[in-house]
Design a protein around this ligand. Structure first.
Ligand SMILES: C[S@@+](CC[C@H](N)C(=O)[O-])C[C@H]1O[C@@H](n2cnc3c(N)ncnc32)[C@H](O)[C@@H]1O
Length: 220
């Protein structure tokens, strides 16, 4: 009799993923679906002077006319659109109390000194300012990023919550996780969100935390 495991793996019995990258070749990557859902839900926080990493796509998409100034942070001089060049872990040159919102998506995973980076983010937000951060839980790596600034961490809801709480105070932090075993498998195979049904994407299983999202408010 054939071992059950031999039957159950089917098309997934392979050591390389079905597609490459994060699934962008097929449509919207699964993690981007969750990132956008999180930012859409907190869109009212994206207002005033807003900082985003490497681009201002989400600031424009979700902030719209609430945004009065868009800033783009980049760690080095390679990005001509950057208005701010800074290493978040060591950013003494960036003035304190500057931003109403920081859209910090998929970035803390690439910074070795996460406590230092979170302390900087807290410092440069205005009192009452909001951090909207997302980080990967279950994810393939990004060779592009790994080779430039390094790729160091994966998070859980608990580790993201504790890290943000250490700077912002736990009472000012909420963290949630997105994903389940199917969404994680699809993401790891670089399949896109469009290949899953809405109910399959929406189901949250805390054992399979694919994407973590945190909202932190700087106390007034
Ligand atoms: C995958 S991109 C994330 C930004 C993008 N907006 C997104 O949503 O995916 C990773 C970014 O991390 C930034 N980064 C890496 N190390 C950094 C550091 N020490 N300080 C600030 N940014 C850093 C890089 O500039 C890079 O643009």
């Amino acid at each position: 009799m054939t071992a059950p495991t031999a039957l159950e793996l089917g098309d997934l019995r392979r050591v390389t993923p079905i597609d490459g990258g994060f699934g962008q070749g097929r449509g919207k990557p699964v993690d981007r679906h969750y990132i956008e859902a999180f930012l859409r839900r907190h869109a009212l926080d994206i207002r005033g002077r807003v900082l985003e990493v490497a681009e201002d796509t989400y600031t424009q998409l979700f902030g719209g006319s609430r945004v009065t100034q868009r800033d783009i942070l980049h760690v080095d001089e390679s990005n001509p659109r950057a208005t701010l060049i800074a290493d978040l872990a060591d950013a003494d040159d960036v003035p304190s109390d500057s931003f109403d919102c920081f859209v910090c998506t998929q970035t803390l995973t690439y910074i070795y000194d996460v406590p230092g980076a979170v302390a900087t983010i807290h410092r440069i937000l205005k009192p009452g300012g909001v951090l909207l951060a997302t980080v990967p839980g279950i994810s393939q790596m990004s060779p592009y990023d790994r080779d430039r600034w390094g790729e160091y961490w994966r998070f859980t809801a608990q580790s993201l919550g504790r890290r943000l709480g250490e700077s912002f105070g736990s009472e000012n932090v909420t963290v949630e996780s997105y994903g389940n075993v199917l969404a994680s498998t699809a993401f790891l195979q670089s399949l896109c969100a469009g290949g899953l049904r809405r109910d399959e994407l929406d189901h949250r299983d805390q054992r399979y935390q694919m994407l973590l999202a945190g909202r932190a408010v700087k106390a007034k």
